[in-house]
Design a protein around this ligand. Sequence first.
Ligand code: G6P
Length: 612
Amino acid sequence: MCGIVGYIGKKNATPIIIEGIKRLEYRGYDSSGIAIIDDDNNLKIFKEAGKIIELERSLPSPDESFGNIGIAHTRWATHGEPSKTNAHPHSSCNNTIALVHNGIIENYKNLRSKLEMEDHVFKSETDTEILAHLIEKFLTIENDLTRAVQCALKLVEGTFGVAVISKDHPGKLVAARKGSPLILGIGKNEFFITSDIAAIIIHTKKVIYLEDNEIITITNDDFQLTNLQNESIEANISIVDWDVSSINKGEYKHFMLKEIFEQPTSINNAFRGRLHERLSTVRLGGLNMTGEELRRVKMLQIIACGTSWHAALIGKYLIEGLARIPVEVEYASEYRYRNPIIPEDTIVFVISQSGETADTLAGLREAQAKGARVLGITNTIGSTIARESDGGVYIHAGVEIGVASTKAFTSQVTILTLIAVLLGRMKDLQPTFGKSFIKELYDIPKKVEEILAKNDEIREIAKSIKDSNNALYLGRGANYPVALEGALKLKEISYIHAEGYPAAEMKHGPIALIDENMPVIAIAPDDAIYDKIISNLQEVKARNGRIITIATEGDEKIKQISESVIYIPKTIRTLQPLLTVIPLQLLAYHVADLRGLDVDQPRNLAKSVTVE
Ligand code: G6P
């Protein structure tokens, strides 16, 4: 949510920063802006509402926007509408400071009225602007940019990733973090500051992840890390092992499509090295728990948001089914405020692709405050959730840029499947089950490829439903959360209203919606409850509903009730969700693309929601 990029070095900062901020557009894209200090020491700020292309168009010639130091921001509005005035960078009364900010200043109203009483004049409706004014105020006392930023941040309640430049302190960029990620990139005679590695990976893989309440002061040839009390802190340099090609679309029209097609590899990366063939079980060393400790677990609670929450719900079906351990799944936003009961011997899992979702992070902290052991399942190495968890598992899906999550979902489900088998093998699951599970899991990437090969066929089906106003997704067992995920994908990117339901629940309300215009997408693989779901579909058919089914290869019978069938290869029930979701992702993608929508950056959404 929102993106920050800054540069200080010897090159022209503008194209580097604009290129970087474009890479972060998936995090927020309702307005953007850039501030540069030019060679004549003028502070120039350019801002525009809309996508970054609008900002780019509005920039003067390279000569006029030339400077070796600058900061930029792409915004997802929280306080104040998305407009040119509310876009970052923000400045102070004397226009000497430019500042970009991710996060929320919770006490901004209070601070703003105090500053207004001191004759500060505000231009925007944002919470961010108060920071620029506070820094301006403290600069009159301290005349040191770092000290002024420290003094200002001490007064602030809330979260921030912030970067500041000042024309009165040229050749210096100061950045700080609390709650919102911030990373220093170390290049050759140049430095970068960013909220997300994707912005700078083409320049450097050498980084420092700032911790909460750390401030970095960067000059042309050096940097210094301090805390709010101005005490020096030793910096830990990390090397990012990202493949640069992951941030390009390659041959694909959209990142989402590319990421859907990456799933044979990303699923494989999630389980690679984690299967213990000799003992027919799973090993997950990152959990930081001994076998003895795991055996003592009596309950799991899983908290997450959005797509990650759907993965959690699948985890519940799998873990309860295989390990016979009760699992509670809850939206992080609810969990954090309802004073949850965490019984003894409960482990809390938090699932988050980004590792930065504000509600999930708050849930993690709440569970830790209650003394629970919290384990993270995340994609983002070094993210706040990864760092604050007591242990966990990286899903290794690779960077996911499409706002609608796809490959992260199947990787999360893969990890939850591994956890279910690990815990199950410690209880009643036989080695024979473990053995056949491992064999079937090895085959999943190939089976996903077989489904992806039906891409054209699925696009044809998408054409038949692209003008619908509503859609219903039905599934049972672990395929019920898959139905929820299918519906979420469709509504996120195509803006068609869609609902997911347990198939049998349809007759308690949603059946009233069914008519000849309503597509019903049903997940009906060949398993123990196949006959039950067919009965549910007969009820749809009897009311002239249009049925699109996801069924197992060889199921000819289902054609009688279906307008279209998308066949998936057979697998064991435990692994079905990894296959059944793939056609639903493709279906949503093609519907949105056929409707001419911006698939990778759907309206109003953001990839990483770092505010409540
Ligand atoms: C946002 C994204 C979703 C994502 C959710 C949770 O709403 O648009 O795609 O599922 O946040 O994100 P997380 O990074 O915690 O998995």
